[in-house]
Design a protein around this ligand. Structure first.
Ligand SMILES: Cc1ncc(COP(=O)(O)O)c(C=O)c1O
Length: 392
């Protein structure tokens, strides 16, 4: 037996374990300290009532002979694919229902999609980055070329036509930087990908946070995208499904003359048996008028947190991206501190926890991520502490 040696190329991520260790050591030394965590990328608000009702009804369906659902279609039930199709159609993005594949979340499919590509491909990945893109390619032994996202380009790098690429990862609104591409930026990438014969793997997991109407929420809003892009999206942040698990992946038939669509269908029907009926019913409830209104209410709750944090950084004159159209704020560490020094400083002096940018790539060394997924009152309190500490 030969094991996949490429796993040896993975570097252990100590980011969240180091954070947890530092926080618990600090709490032990200072039991009275009231620590506020603004590091988490997970939701904290409960599911919408419409989703909970649908879950209960679907559970009851499974308890009755006449409505029991066994194996479903691997690609998802029509009722959910059609609801996703309408979600895009309402924004004038025309998709065929069978171009939509229901998944158990964006993370799995972002990794699984690599089954379709040769390991000889050159992959472009931004730095800093959601680490899943890097590790899934390292596991397959693919060559990664980093695209530098920096303060100078507002953490929104544009393509360099001299650089060859086969696979391009994009995430907008971005985790960790919160930066969002405008139409011109996405158009530049789509044109480049079409010229290169490359595919863009577009991660739209945070599209629901975009509220400015001119900013694209899908790569398919861009002309030419259907011949070069696959989009991944998720109910996780949109409707609090991080623990319930559901998402979707769009593989257009115009891509590679339909080859990738046919291959993905084959891959999914071979290696995947679909998302639970109960979960798909809950996901479909998100798209009902009540569901949509209720999730907006929750998204507004998080948006308010992002606004409070943005306002604080504005007042303090600290440079940052995100905070608008995104649940993440990516700030430049003040007073020349690097990200781990700033982490310790913030923990010790303000009892506030964030995420050091270095954990997302070398370009994150002097930056720091705050998230808007916390409790509103606690976020306000954290903002006040930042104000007091950094105003000095
Ligand atoms: C950029 C990005 N993509 C995908 C995911 C994973 O989403 P899901 O819960 O749908 O697997 C996350 C989760 O934090 C993320 O930040």
């Amino acid at each position: 037996m030969q094991i996949n040696r490429h796993y040896e190329d993975l570097t252990e991520s100590y980011l969240f374990s180091t954070i947890a260790h530092k926080v618990s050591a600090f709490q032990q030394a200072h039991p009275e300290a009231d620590i506020i965590r603004l590091g988490i990328g997970d939701v904290t608000r409960p599911h919408a009532p419409a989703v909970i009702r649908a879950l209960h009804d679907a559970v009851d369906d499974q308890g009755r002979q006449e409505t029991l659902h066994g194996y479903g279609p691997e690609q998802g039930y029509d009722f959910l694919k059609q609801a996703v199709q309408k979600y895009y159609g309402d924004r004038k993005i025309e998709l065929e229902a069978d171009e939509i594949f229901i998944s158990d979340g964006a993370k799995s499919d972002l990794g699984n999609i690599l089954d379709l590509f040769s390991s000889d491909n050159t992959v472009l990945v931004p730095d800093p980055v959601y680490p899943v893109y890097v590790d899934t390619n390292l596991m397959a032994g693919r060559k990664i070329v980093y695209v530098s996202a920096t303060e100078d380009n507002g953490f929104l790098p544009l393509p360099d036509v001299r650089q060859h690429a086969d696979i391009i990862y994009m995430c907008s609104p971005n985790n960790p930087t919160g930066a969002v591409y405008d139409r011109a930026g996405l158009t530049a990438w789509v044109n480049y990908a079409n010229e290169q014969g490359a595919v863009i793997l577009f991660d739209a997991a945070y599209e629901c946070f975009i509220s400015e109407p001119d900013l694209p929420r899908s790569i398919f809003e861009i002309e030419g995208a259907k011949t070069c892009s696959i989009e991944f999206c998720s109910f996780s942040k949109m409707a609090g499904f991080t623990g319930t698990r559901c998402g979707w992946t769009i593989v257009p038939k115009a891509l590679a003359e339909g080859k990738l669509h046919a291959m993905w269908l084959r891959r999914q029907t071979t290696k995947f048996n679909g998302v639970p009926y109960i979960v798909q019913k809950a996901a479909a409830a998100v798209f009902t008028p009540e569901g949509m209104a209720e999730i907006q209410h929750t998204l507004d709750y998080y948006r308010e947190n992002a606004r409070v944090l943005s306002e604080t950084l504005d007042e303090l004159g600290i440079w940052y991206t995100g905070g608008k159209n995104s649940p993440y704020l990516w700030l430049k560490c003040p007073n020349g501190m690097d990200s781990w020094t700033f982490f310790d400083y913030l923990l010790e002096e303000a009892h506030v926890v964030g995420t050091p940018g270095e954990g997302f790539g070398a370009n994150g060394k002097d930056f720091f991520r705050l998230t808007a997924f916390g409790d509103q009152e606690r976020t306000r309190e954290a903002a006040e502490r930042l104000r007091c500490l950094l105003r000095k």
